[in-house]
Write a protein that binds this ligand. Structure first.
Ligand SMILES: NC(=O)c1ccc[n+]([C@@H]2O[C@H](COP(=O)([O-])OP(=O)(O)OC[C@H]3O[C@@H](n4cnc5c(N)ncnc54)[C@H](O)[C@@H]3O)[C@@H](O)[C@H]2O)c1
Length: 337
C-alpha cells in the first residue's frame, strides 16, 4: 500500500487543471511534476501544486520517480506519451479520446496488451448514479433501440475545429455518449454514417448522423452538431420492451409500462474516475469503470463512424481485441432486416 501517491501530469490545459485540483483535494496524493511544451502553462499549473516543470513527457519520466501519470493532451498528441508511460511500467490516467485516429490507438493497445498496468480514462458518464439506475433497468429488458445525440457549440480549444487537431466531433465529443451507449447496450458491430459541412479535407463535419447495428441485435442512431451557440442536448435514449429511458449527464427520465419517473444525478461524476484511479494505484480495490482497453473499444466505434461518413459506405467496427484493424466494406449481399 502506498502512503503517498506521486503523480506526473502530461498536458497542462483546462482538463489537466481540473484533475490537478481534484487530486490536490485528496489525502496522500502529491502532484510532483507537470510537462507541457507550452512552458508558461505548465509553470502556472505546477505552481498550484509546488510541482516541477518539464517541456515534455520524456524529461518528466527521466527525472521523476512517479507512481502514476495523467495524460491530458489534445487528441493529436496521444501516442508517444502513452507508449513511454507503458514502457516505464507506470499506471496511467488518459483523457478521452484515447487518440486522434484508429492507428495510434491500436499501437497503444498493442503495447499495453499482456501488461497488468492500472489504467483509467475520463469517460465519467459511467460513474453517474443515474447510469447505474439505467443499466439496472435494462438488466432484464435488453436494449432494442438506442439513440445518441450531441448537439452543441464549438468548444474553445484552437485545435478543435481541425481534423488533424481533434479528429472531428464524433471522436472528440460525441464519444462520451457513444461510451454510455456501449455501457447500456453493448458493442456495436457496424456503422453507416453521413456528414456534411466540411469545406476542406482538414475541416470537421459540423453535422453528422449514423446508423448503428449492435452485436445484441439492437439498432441505433447518432446525431452530432457543433452549430449551436451553446449545449442544447447531449444524451442517450434507450428503448426496450415496454420501457424508454433517456439519460443525460444530469438526469434520467424513465417511462416504463406507461408510468413516467425522473431522477437527478446525485452530483458531479467527473472527480470519481480520479478517486478510483488513485485508490487502485495505491493498492486498494480496483473499481475503475472505464480502463484504457474499454475506452479503446469506444474509440474504435467513433473512428468507424467517422470513416464511414468520410467514405460514404457502411463499415464494420473492430472488436478491439487484437484482430486485424481493417475496415473492409460490409458485405451487402444479404441483409437480415
Ligand atoms: N472528460 C471530460 O469531460 C473532458 C473535459 C475537457 C477536456 N477533455 C479532453 O481532454 C483533452 C485536453 O483538453 P483541454 O481542454 O485540456 O485542452 P487544452 O487545449 O486546454 O490543453 C491541452 C494542453 O496540452 C498541451 N500539449 C499538447 N501537446 C502536448 C504534448 N505532446 N505533451 C504535453 N502537453 C501537450 C497543450 O500545450 C495544452 O496546454 C481533450 O482530448 C479533451 O477532449 C475531457
Amino acid at each position: 500500500m502506498l502512503s503517498t501517491v506521486r503523480i506526473g501530469m502530461v498536458g497542462a490545459g483546462a482538463v489537466a487543471a481540473r484533475h490537478l485540483r481534484t487530486l490536490l483535494a485528496m489525502d496522500g496524493v502529491e502532484v510532483a511534476a507537470v510537462a507541457d511544451p507550452a512552458l508558461e502553462r505548465a509553470k502556472e499549473l505546477a505552481a498550484e501544486a509546488g510541482a516541477a516543470v518539464y517541456p515534455n513527457h520524456m524529461e518528466l519520466l527521466e527525472a521523476e520517480r512517479l507512481d502514476a501519470v495523467y495524460i491530458c493532451v489534445p487528441p493529436f498528441a496521444h501516442g508517444a506519451p502513452e507508449l513511454a508511460v507503458i514502457d516505464a511500467g507506470l499506471p496511467m490516467f488518459v483523457e478521452k479520446p484515447v487518440a486522434i485516429d484508429q492507428e495510434t490507438a491500436a499501437a497503444i493497445a498493442a503495447r499495453l496488451a499482456g501488461r497488468s498496468l492500472v489504467t483509467c480514462t475520463g469517460y465519467h458518464w459511467r460513474w453517474l448514479d443515474i447510469f447505474d439506475r439505467a443499466a439496472a433497468l435494462l438488466a432484464d429488458r435488453p436494449a432494442r433501440l438506442v439513440q445518441c445525440w450531441w448537439l452543441d457549440k464549438v468548444p474553445p480549444p484552437p485545435w478543435w475545429l481541425r481534423r488533424d487537431g481533434s479528429g472531428g466531433q464524433t471522436i472528440e465529443q460525441t464519444t462520451h455518449v457513444l461510451d454510455a451507449a456501449r455501457g447500456l447496450a453493448g458493442d456495436v458491430t457496424e456503422a453507416h454514417a453521413f456528414g456534411a459541412g466540411a469545406a476542406t479535407a482538414d475541416d470537421i463535419h459540423d453535422v453528422s448522423v449514423a446508423s448503428l447495428r449492435f452485436a445484441s441485435g439492437a439498432v441505433g442512431t447518432v446525431a452530432s452538431t457543433c452549430l449551436l451557440p451553446r449545449l442544447h442536448r447531449a444524451g442517450v435514449q434507450v428503448v426496450a420492451d415496454g420501457l424508454s429511458l433517456e439519460l443525460s449527464e444530469t438526469e434520467l427520465v424513465v417511462e416504463v409500462d406507461g408510468r413516467r419517473d425522473g431522477w437527478t444525478a446525485d452530483g458531479d461524476a467527473r472527480p470519481r474516475p480520479d478517486r478510483d484511479f488513485v485508490a487502485a494505484v495505491r493498492g486498494d480495490e480496483d473499481r475503475i469503470r472505464v480502463p484504457w482497453p474499454e475506452a479503446y473499444r469506444t474509440h474504435l466505434l467513433a473512428c468507424a463512424i467517422t470513416r464511414s461518413a468520410d467514405e460514404g459506405r457502411p463499415v464494420p467496427v473492430p472488436e478491439g481485441s487484437g484482430e486485424p484493424q481493417g475496415g473492409a466494406p460490409v458485405d451487402r449481399g444479404r441483409t437480415d432486416g
